[in-house]
Design a protein around this ligand. Structure first.
Ligand SMILES: [Zn+2]
Length: 291
């Protein structure tokens, strides 16, 4: 058994310290996911011992709408802005173990970067420039939008159905560059015959998921260049639906991995990332699997 308790004290205000730097903010997000990903393991361990596990999360009274003066609203003060996927299995605040008023969240299928998303994030770092220390693009394994883009890449005839739908194209077309980059990386590492391997489709999806998040993070960093610096970073990460961890393996050694990282600076950096991902143990396992 496991109790997750959100506790607030109406008399206690600003009881949660806010990150003062970009590095601190990134660390909070990484640590938040570590806590979340371990919760189920701890619950199972507690159940096997016949004990109850309890985790208490303090919530600032202001953030719950308990104002210092009746009739006033809390002030918005997120420390991170997040562009994530709409997938119902990836509730952003929950998987990063954050409470109300900690994150400014934009969710859209495939965490793609359209004009409305860009405008929302622009607002976050302009109107809340004092509090927002990090902008995160969070992809996830098994993403449906990336899967649709991969399927239309592998079987171009499938794109005919998507091409006739402007709303669908608004998502799929934005993922295709990541799919092409992933395909290039897989061919570089495993040769042109990689398409014949049983798990090629799965490997292409999972490699493209990472590159899609990294490409959108790089685009955001370029877009907000005048407001990015030592005090504010743009990073990307990928949430794994199975392990519940925000973690990407980069090499055959699973110890070489990233949680949240800054995107590559240029095309050469993206080529290197595509090759590192394609050669990772995770992708090698996908290539050998039929699932
Ligand atoms: Zn998704």
């Amino acid at each position: 058994m496991f109790d997750l308790i959100y506790r607030f004290d109406p008399a206690g205000r600003h009881g949660i310290d806010t990150p003062t730097s970009a590095a601190d903010a990134v660390q909070r997000l990484e640590e938040g996911n570590r806590i979340f990903s371990r919760m189920l393991d701890e619950a199972r361990a507690a159940a096997s011992r016949g004990t109850m596990q309890t985790r208490i999360i303090p919530v600032d009274a202001d953030d719950l709408g308990v104002p210092p003066i009746d009739g006033t609203a809390p002030i918005q003060r997120p420390f991170a802005a997040v562009l994530g996927c709409s997938d119902a299995r990836v509730p952003i605040e929950m998987v990063l173990n954050q409470t109300a008023n900690r994150l400014f969240v934009v969710r859209v299928a495939g965490n793609v970067l359209g004009a409305e998303c860009l405008g929302s994030l622009d607002y976050a770092i302009s109107a809340m420039s004092d509090s927002v220390k990090v902008i995160l693009v969070l992809g996830h394994s098994g993403c449906g939008a990336v899967t649709a883009a991969v399927d239309s890449f592998i079987e171009p005839s499938r794109y005919l159905g998507i091409g006739a739908s402007f709303p669908l194209r608004a998502v799929i077309d934005r993922v295709i560059p990541a799919v092409r980059a992933a395909h290039w990386g897989l061919e570089q590492v495993h040769g042109p015959q990689v398409e014949t391997l049983p798990g090629f489709r799965k490997a292409l999806i999972e490699t493209a998921v990472v590159l899609n998040a990294a490409l959108n993070a790089a685009a955001l960093r370029k877009e907000f260049a005048d407001r990015i610096g030592p005090q504010r970073q743009v990073v990307y990460g990928v949430y794994n639906l199975v392990s519940r961890q925000v973690k990407v393996d980069l090499e055959a050694d699973t110890n070489v991995s990233i949680q949240l990282a800054e995107p590559p600076e240029d095309a050469i950096g993206f080529e290197r990332l595509a090759v590192l991902l394609s050669g990772s143990q995770t992708i090698r396992e996908h290539l050998g699997s039929r699932s």
